[in-house]
Design a protein around this ligand. Sequence first.
Ligand SMILES: Nc1ncnc2c1ncn2[C@@H]1O[C@H](COP(=O)(O)OP(=O)(O)OP(=O)(O)O)[C@@H](O)[C@H]1O
Ligand SMILES: [Mg+2]
Length: 260
Amino acid sequence: MSTPYVLELKDLRKSFGKTEIIRGANLAVQAGERVAIIGPNGAGKSTLFNLISGRFAPTSGEVWLNGQRIDGKKPFEINRLGLSRSFQITNIFPKLSVFENLRCGVLWSLGYKYTFFKFLADLDDANERAEELLEMIRLDKKRDTLAMNLTYAEQRALEIGITIAGGANVVLLDEPTAGMSKSETKRFIELIREVTVGKTLLTVEHDMGVVFGLADKIAVVVYGEVIAYDTPEAVRANQRVQEAYLGSVLAEEQAAGAAH
Ligand SMILES: Nc1ncnc2c1ncn2[C@@H]1O[C@H](COP(=O)(O)OP(=O)(O)OP(=O)(O)O)[C@@H](O)[C@H]1O
Ligand SMILES: [Mg+2]
């Protein structure tokens, strides 16, 4: 049966060997929503992304994207159907320039592998789109800089540019602000907000300030299940979430704040 949601997980399960890591996850995301996925270390957040993006096949359950069932499909097929993800490990070519990296992302999404003549025909479009992306991620001044010579935050911005290069309508970002300072994080979240306007965004995030600032909805993943999926206010007030996760995290952040 089809679904009115842009992305839906139905009783999704994944075992590695005998251990069930994802234990019946359900989630139904509406078009244009910004969703923060939170939860303790090892809860299964990255595994969920791997299941959605096709890196792993689920043991059972269903994944629906843009009205089509995608569980069991290959990552590139899922990408063509409108979903793009970034990785915790940076996914850029260090010895290519910023512009060339973006153009690679665009060409890949256009299916440049078809024929050489198709490649040439696509090149003008790809150049134009790469220039557009360059401005969106605010690296136009670094156009010809090799990716390896960018700052860490700039590399992450480039990675976002590559992730959205193909025009996917659903974007998954796994801890995009990991390793950034508070001020870098703040600017970066603003960038993410801008470049994902009109798209559906799922982002794994540990910084609660970022989560409550960015997200329309929060999905709380604990022990391989989505135990809550609601607005930030409702999730904050949710007793089960308080007990399972948020209570301890907010207390820790308060203690850390008090210590500084
Ligand atoms: N390929 C794999 N083979 C076996 N076990 C795995 C594999 N990938 C993940 N796991 C296990 O699944 C569990 C969930 O891991 P996952 O990386 O999804 O957690 P996470 O919520 O993303 O954690 P973190 O916040 O630390 O990034 C962990 O116990 C991990 O060891
Ligand atoms: Mg993870």
